[in-house]
Design a protein around this ligand. Structure first.
Ligand SMILES: [Zn+2]
Length: 251
């Protein structure tokens, strides 16, 4: 079997290594998450330099020996210049990458997640409501990773008028079932928030970009998604998210 492999990938993370190299975490359509070294990529004349930064979508060649894979060639398909030029968009794009990196394990194929992240980076500059796009991305990423929270009525009896979101149970409960289950703690959601979550899960990321939400509904959804992520996936603190919270709300 050839040790040279070639395929499309997205750069999730890129950090300096040693004197002149870069260590890169790729998300690839054919091999899932892949960590590789780009030797000499920090030298000015390196042919790899332009293809191993965060947000690059490209076709890569790797050599897979016994140690870490080595990047041997790259053909850049998209640089996402818009994300690089705007500090807000850069940080949101970074958040999508960091969240994907935390949620997706090293092994296992994830073409659906590759498509989602690529589309997320493409749509960020043109979204009518950036925060709605981010919430939709989070919900779809959770769904693709097999952890989707349940918003379709009460988890136990299916009653449509369920408004208490139990993070530990991963979905909505009606007052009767919450009482029977002894669930005292949870987030009481506005009907509009439940409707927003269901809409974001149903529509494609591209369709979602025209939606605008009421701030309170978006904030409720943001809170339960973040609590859900920490409770079920223990993803720890995400630097870009902490930074985004310190900024004023986007346009
Ligand atoms: Zn119920």
């Amino acid at each position: 079997m050839s040790r040279y492999i070639k395929g499309n990938a997205l750069v999730l993370r890129s950090r300096p290594l040693g004197e002149a190299d870069r260590l890169i975490t790729f998300l690839s359509w054919d091999w899932g998450k892949l960590t590789a070294v780009a030797r000499g990529a920090r030298k000015i004349k390196s042919k790899l330099a332009s293809g191993v930064d965060l947000f690059i979508y490209g076709s890569y060649q790797f050599y897979r020996g016994r140690g870490l894979a080595i990047v041997t060639g790259v053909e850049v398909k998209e640089h996402f210049v818009n994300l690089r030029q705007d500090p807000y968009l850069y940080t949101y794009g970074l958040y999508l990458a960091e969240l994907t990196d935390r949620l997706i394990p090293e092994s296992g194929l994830c073409p659906e997640v590759c498509n989602l992240l690529l589309q997320g980076w493409e749509l960020l500059p043109e979204a009518a409501d950036l925060l709605v796009l981010i919430r939709a991305f989070e919900l779809k990423l959770l769904q693709a990773a097999g952890y989707s929270p349940h918003f379709g009525g009460c988890l136990h009896c299916g009653a449509p008028r369920a408004a208490l979101f139990s993070v530990s149970q991963g979905g909505l409960l009606c007052p009767d079932c919450a009482g029977k289950q002894g669930v005292a703690k949870g987030f009481t959601l506005q009907p509009g928030t439940v409707a927003l979550a269901k809409t974001l899960l149903k529509l494609s990321l591209k369709q979602v970009q025209v939606i605008r939400s009421r701030p309170r509904q978006e904030q409720e959804l943001a809170r339960i998604i973040e609590t859900f992520l920490q409770y079920h996936l223990q993803i720890g603190e995400i630097n870009s998210l902490r930074y985004l919270k310190s900024l004023p709300a986007p346009r």
